[in-house]
Design a protein around this ligand. Structure first.
Ligand SMILES: [Zn+2]
Length: 113
């Protein structure tokens, strides 16, 4: 995964070695998403979507569109599902559909136990 700047949204995405078990975070002051570099590629992409949702959630609350934050459990479920959906639909680049599918089905397995 490369460092990305989404100029239109003013959001910067960076990778850094973070302390486990932190996968990433969104800093609303600097509008920066930081992804832990010490995780699988598929998990990095899923973490990126997770942090994107936090960024959007922050903006919705900041602009008073939304009164309550999105429950964290919801974000945790949305991120891998959205990654899989976007990837299979061909909307997501930087990782193969096969890698995403392997990640997603592996996740399904861990949730069943
Ligand atoms: Zn989170």
């Amino acid at each position: 995964m490369k460092d990305i700047d989404i100029k239109e949204l003013g959001i910067k995405i960076r990778q850094k070695k973070l302390r486990k078990p932190q996968l990433g975070y969104f800093n609303p002051k600097t509008l920066t998403i930081v992804i832990n570099s010490e995780q699988s590629e598929a998990l990095k992409h899923s973490t990126l979507i997770h942090e994107f949702i936090h960024a959007v959630d922050y903006q919705l609350q900041d602009t008073k569109v939304s009164k309550r934050p999105i429950p964290h459990k919801t974000i945790e479920h949305l991120a891998p599902n959205l990654l899989t959906l976007f990837s299979l639909a061909g909307f997501w680049r930087g990782i193969s559909k096969k890698q995403v599918w392997k990640f997603f089905t592996g996740l399904e397995e861990t949730q069943k136990k």
